[in-house]
Design a protein around this ligand. Structure first.
Ligand SMILES: *[C@@H]1O[C@H](CO)[C@@H](O)[C@H](O)[C@H]1NC(C)=O
Ligand SMILES: *[C@@H]1O[C@H](CO)[C@@H](O)[C@H](O)[C@H]1NC(C)=O
Ligand SMILES: *[C@@H]1O[C@H](CO)[C@@H](O)[C@H](O)[C@H]1NC(C)=O
Ligand SMILES: *[C@@H]1O[C@H](CO)[C@@H](O)[C@H](O)[C@H]1NC(C)=O
Length: 200
């Protein structure tokens, strides 16, 4: 049992980091093990949760507090990402959402010092040595990065700088994000963030 690690995960669904006392708690235990799966038709080693692949569903609603006790039976560390989001057909209805800000994200590909740089609104993101949220937590954000280096409605996206690209967006607001691609190839986007949930 020496390899058994215990991780307690408190995952707050639906864009809130403040748990209200009246919101119900749901408790789960997940045993993470290796097992044989055949997602591509060929048996291979995979990671199972409670013997299942894909893992179990969590049936919950907005503001539920979800506590998951994760027992890692693997011989390696294991990372979960939490992609919870409000259900657009349930809690939120399109057309009734009051959008407080519109951010246009324009991607570009530019050669900078001979190197191809992909950028958003003229900024090619650079991960800082200190993790961004850690810098914020210790009140040292100003020593590590600048907020809002990009504009919500960029005019010039081909002059590219390389720096951490961090936006300050007000908690619990609905922001419309327009993805604009002037390149000749398809771009795939991955949207996630700290207390940020995509609803469409
Ligand atoms: C998880 O593993 C523990 C220890 O082997 C076992 O007691 C428990 O029943 C398992 N739970 C589930 C949901 O499989
Ligand atoms: C999910 O939970 C709701 C509310 O408790 C219940 O009405 C519904 O039947 C559940 N759905 C599933 C698939 O378990
Ligand atoms: C949007 O704003 C209107 C007017 O203030 C209000 O009546 C409505 O409830 C708001 N909608 C949401 C989803 O908060
Ligand atoms: C983020 O923006 C809000 C609203 O403009 C402001 O009050 C707050 O100080 C900003 N926070 C940071 C860390 O810049």
């Amino acid at each position: 049992m020496d390899r058994l690690t215990f991780v307690s995960l408190l995952c707050l669904v639906a864009a809130t980091t403040v748990a209200r006392a009246e919101d119900p708690y749901l408790f789960f235990t997940w045993n993470v093990t290796y097992g044989t799966i055949s997602p591509l038709g060929v048996p291979q080693q995979g990671i199972l949760i409670n013997g299942q692949f894909p893992g179990p569903n969590i049936n919950s609603t907005s503001n539920n507090n979800i506590v998951i006790n994760v027992f890692n039976f693997l011989d390696e560390p294991f990372l979960f990402t939490c992609a919870a989001r409000p259900n657009p057909q349930g809690s939120y209805h399109y057309g009734q959402i009051n959008i407080t800000r519109t951010i246009k994200l324009v991607n570009s590909a530019t050669k900078l010092n001979g190197k191809l740089r992909y950028a958003i609104n003229g900024v090619s993101h650079l991960n800082s040595e200190t993790p961004l949220k850690l810098a914020e937590y210790f009140g040292a954000a100003d020593k590590v990065f600048k907020y809002n280096v990009i504009s919500d409605d960029p005019k010039e996206v081909n002059l590219v700088t390389v720096e951490s690209n961090v936006l300050n967006v007000t908690f619990r607001t609905f922001v419309e994000i327009i993805l604009e691609n002037h390149e000749k190839s398809i771009q795939s986007w991955h949207l996630d963030g700290y207390s940020f949930f995509a609803v469409a």
